[in-house]
Design a protein around this ligand. Structure first.
Ligand code: JHZ
Length: 413
């Protein structure tokens, strides 16, 4: 298939013992919000996911080219959420203190987006440098005073940074490692760029939460890998690095923050073995878990469709709240179109006035909700359900109800 690679070997251990367990059908790119004129040339790619029987990595079977997803118009911008602003501000403060970074230390953020996280590090007195392949977000970062290289990260870019800025005391990657298709090339770059005693700190959704909470909609083409601890241990070992600590964080439906360093510098924290035991106990390295997950996903789809159809039959109006990438997956997999969700509201200006990928539901600014006063809002950005509920007390007072789709479709009381 054009512009799409079907993998035959595991991204970490190179084994070809891969078992596909979930097929979410042909899907558009989750962040490719489109204009009316672009609808005709919209592209669809297989969205299916497999389990490596050798190292346990869960990963996508089909990969569209990275340039198709991270280009001049990347739609995800974390600054639009108060939760993310708070999260990044706390992360910067915590890391500067915990890692005892020296004043003016070089902090590099890979996938730095609009520079929000690095701005907080700059305020703490650090020397910051962002790298992001998407021109539109890199420009936003430059506007806020965060120097940004517009590029994918690899060994060549790492060498250039070392030549021009020196080695990094801290390399960050929030919601980026899972996006990386060639993990080994990326890790060669990390080895090159990281100072002898430096830290590599990453955050990404945690496979254990994804499976436990049935968050199937976080499976999309941008996310090449769905990490648990065991396969990560194996990957870092190849580069003479080790995980020294893992923290569970309550963001994006359950994520982990992983602290990595060159081998032998730090005492390895007990959190790592604890999580590996939890993973094994839960069955993350057992294929049966994934078969059960796939059948639960089908049940969610049927339940959600029944609920929405019943509400519609009663003559009520439903809209979507938030147009996150995960919303694209949910809508396309469940085949929810305009006949069920009249429109979607979203706070990101770039998405407003466009149509949702694949199902082509129009997207409006959030104030349409108070102007129009629909009966129900399906919260597609369910990871921000609390923030959304808090800021829409008027809607709820007027009798409006929120529907939360995951882990089980229900009307929020
Ligand atoms: P949000 C992102 O996924 C993208 P997405 C990325 N691929 C990734 O890895 C994951 O995160 C983890 C809107 N909204 O953050 C804004 C409101 O309208 O869940 C956003 O469009 N009102 C990097 O795209 C969307 O919802 C609000 O009050 O699934 C949320 O998208 C709030 C809080 C949000 O990311």
């Amino acid at each position: 298939m054009n512009n799409c690679l079907e993998i035959t070997e595991c991204r970490i251990c190179k084994s070809n013992n891969l078992q596909t367990f979930l097929d979410l059908g042909m899907q558009p790119l989750a962040n490719s919000f489109i204009t009316k004129e672009e609808i005709e040339k919209e592209q669809f790619f297989p969205l299916d996911v497999c389990f490596c029987r050798e190292c346990g990595l869960v990963q996508l079977r089909h990969l569209p080219k990275p340039e198709a997803m991270f280009n001049t118009n990347y739609a995800y911008i974390p600054s639009t959420s108060i939760t993310m602003q708070r999260h990044f501000s706390e992360l910067a403060k915590e890391l500067c203190k915990k890692l005892k970074l020296s004043q003016k230390a070089l902090v590099v953020d890979i996938g730095s987006n609009d520079g929000l996280l690095l701005e907080f590090f700059k305020r703490e007195g650090m020397n910051v440098l962002g790298i992001d392949p998407s021109k539109n977000v890199a420009e936003l970062a430059e506007k806020r005073g965060v120097k940004t290289i517009t590029s994918f990260f690899n060994q060549r870019v790492a060498k250039e940074i070392v030549e021009n800025h020196g080695k990094a005391e801290l390399i960050l990657g929030t919601n980026v490692f899972a996006h990386v298709q060639d993990l080994h090339e990326f890790m060669k770059g990390i080895s090159e760029l990281l100072s002898e005693e430096g830290f590599y700190v990453i955050e990404h959704p945690y496979l254990l939460d994804l499976i436990k909470n049935k968050e199937f909609d976080t499976i999309y083409h941008e996310h090449a890998s769905y990490f648990s601890i065991k396969p990560l241990l194996r990957l870092f070992k190849e580069y003479d690095m080790e995980i020294i600590e893992v923290q569970k964080i309550n963001i994006h439906g359950g994520s982990i923050r992983v602290f990595v360093r060159k081998k032998g510098i730090n005492k390895v924290d007990t959190s790592i073995n604890e999580l590996v035991s939890l993973e094994e106990k839960f069955g993350l390295y057992n294929e049966e878990t994934y078969r059960k997950f796939a059948s639960d996903v089908e049940l969610i789809r049927n339940k959600l469709l029944d609920l929405l159809k019943k509400i519609k039959k009663d003559g009520k109006k439903i809209i979507g709240y938030g147009a996150p990438a995960k919303g694209t997956v949910l809508l396309n997999y469940c085949k929810i179109g305009k006949e069920l969700l009249e429109y979607i509201v979203d706070s990101v200006p770039y998405k407003q006035g466009k149509y949702s990928p694949g199902m082509h539901i129009p997207i409006f600014p959030e104030n349409k909700l108070s102007e129009d006063n629909p009966d129900y809002a399906l919260v597609l950005a369910w990871n921000f359900a609390e923030e959304i509920k808090r800021k829409n007390t008027e809607f709820r007072k007027r009798g409006g109800k929120f529907i939360i789709p995951i882990p089980e479709p229900k009307i929020y009381k």
